[in-house]
Write a protein that binds this ligand. Structure first.
Ligand SMILES: Cc1ncc(COP(=O)(O)O)c(C=O)c1O
Length: 364
């Protein structure tokens, strides 16, 4: 059976280096907020290709929440998000006591700039763009609207490490970028991890304070903070992975290019790539008429698939209870969620495996 993902393959590619990094930390006697985290922060920021700063945190949701808090998002504020994004983006807004305001996505599954103006009220403070599946959002119009309307722009880059729009990496377009290093991510660790990236030193300073009990120096707490730190072992392992990202992205691109050129079935719609974007294939998403029938068929051919996610965030019980959303409120998103299927995509696939996936789809 070909899995949708197999994380052990990524580990085996650079096993010696990962083991060396983990042992280095274990033997060092220093496990939280040491030089591995500091070096990772510097190396990840440098790898994004423009002058920026990075602060490591415990996971992607913490990055969103702390980044928004550091920028002053709070009670009574509205933050525009795309309805088909991942629920962590909305939860980050809600944890700041602000309200997520949903808008529909475009044909590339990304936030549609054309829908922003209608969602703006006098409470709107910010827009969070979630670059989904490994492709950047078309940012020109979004940046223009945010500048014109005095809105802060944030990016959820949990699925878009090193995915550029017009040559600029996601995370660098607005006030801050929020990253997750959850193991499945293109830059995934071996446990939870996350980071806030910003060109604004004040945001970085404030996130550093908030992630460590609200302290600006040892035993001196100026904020009601949290414990949301990235640990040394994760940072050491992520440093190894950062150094190999060009090869890892090339592996994914090879799989994706074969899917794009060899999948040929009128019942299957392939992903579209927007002008100015270089897809990094966090997930290879296709559209089919009947998700269940298609997935059952592929499973019988030895190919596992997934759906990320069948129920959109606004229809999750916690959102329905709080905001009273109902089916039909965001029809573009609902239609999407009812038709997308995630194909196998991982750090390494044999040519035979890729061929099996392609043949299974073409024979459907
Ligand atoms: C778009 C998006 N935002 C945020 C997150 C949350 O990241 P984490 O799982 O590290 O909290 C994820 C993934 O899990 C995600 O896909």
């Amino acid at each position: 059976m070909i899995p949708v993902n197999d994380l052990s393959r990524g580990f085996k590619l650079y096993q010696d280096e990962y083991e060396e990094a983990a042992l280095r930390v274990l033997r060092s006697g220093w496990y939280v907020l040491g030089h591995e985290v500091e070096d990772f922060e510097k190396e990840f920021a440098a790898s994004l290709g423009e002058e920026c700063y990075c602060v490591g945190v415990a996971n992607g949701l913490d990055a969103i929440m702390l980044g928004l808090m550091a920028a002053g998002i709070g009670e009574g504020d509205e933050v525009i998000v795309q309805a088909n994004g991942y629920i962590a983006t909305m939860l980050g807004v809600m944890q700041c006591k602000a309200t997520p305001v949903y808008i529909e996505p475009d044909e590339y599954y990304q936030l549609d700039a054309a829908n922003i103006e209608d969602a703006i009220t006098d409470k709107t403070k910010a827009v969070i763009v979630t670059h989904l599946y490994g492709q950047a959002t078309r940012m020109d119009e979004i940046v223009r609207i945010c500048n014109d309307r005095g809105l802060m722009l944030f990016e959820d880059c949990a699925q878009s490490h090193y995915a550029p729009y017009k040559g600029k990496n996601t995370g660098l377009f607005g006030k801050a970028g929020f990253f997750s290093f959850y193991p499945t991510k293109n830059l995934g660790g071996f446990g939870d991890g996350g980071a806030v990236v910003s060109k604004d030193p004040e945001i970085i300073k404030q996130v550093k304070i908030l992630r460590n009990y609200g302290s600006d120096r040892r035993y001196h707490n100026i904020e009601v903070g949290f414990n949301m730190r990235l640990d040394e072992i994760q940072a050491a392992l992520l440093r190894v992975k950062v150094s190999h990202m060009p090869e890892l992205l090339a592996n994914r691109d090879h799989i994706a290019q074969r899917y794009l050129s060899e999948i040929n079935n009128p019942k299957v719609s392939l992903p579209l790539i927007a002008e100015g974007c270089k897809h990094t294939w966090y997930q290879f998403i296709i559209r089919v008429d009947d998700q269940d029938r298609f997935r059952d068929y592929l499973e019988k051919q030895g190919v596992k698939t997934d759906i990320s996610w069948r129920t959109p965030p606004f229809l999750q019980p916690c959102m329905v209870e709080k905001y009273g959303y109902k089916e039909g409120d965001f029809p573009v998103t609902e239609e999407l969620c009812a038709h997308i299927v995630t194909l196998p995509m991982m750090d390494h696939m044999d040519e035979d495996e890729i061929t099996t996936v392609i043949n299974a789809i073409n024979s459907y």
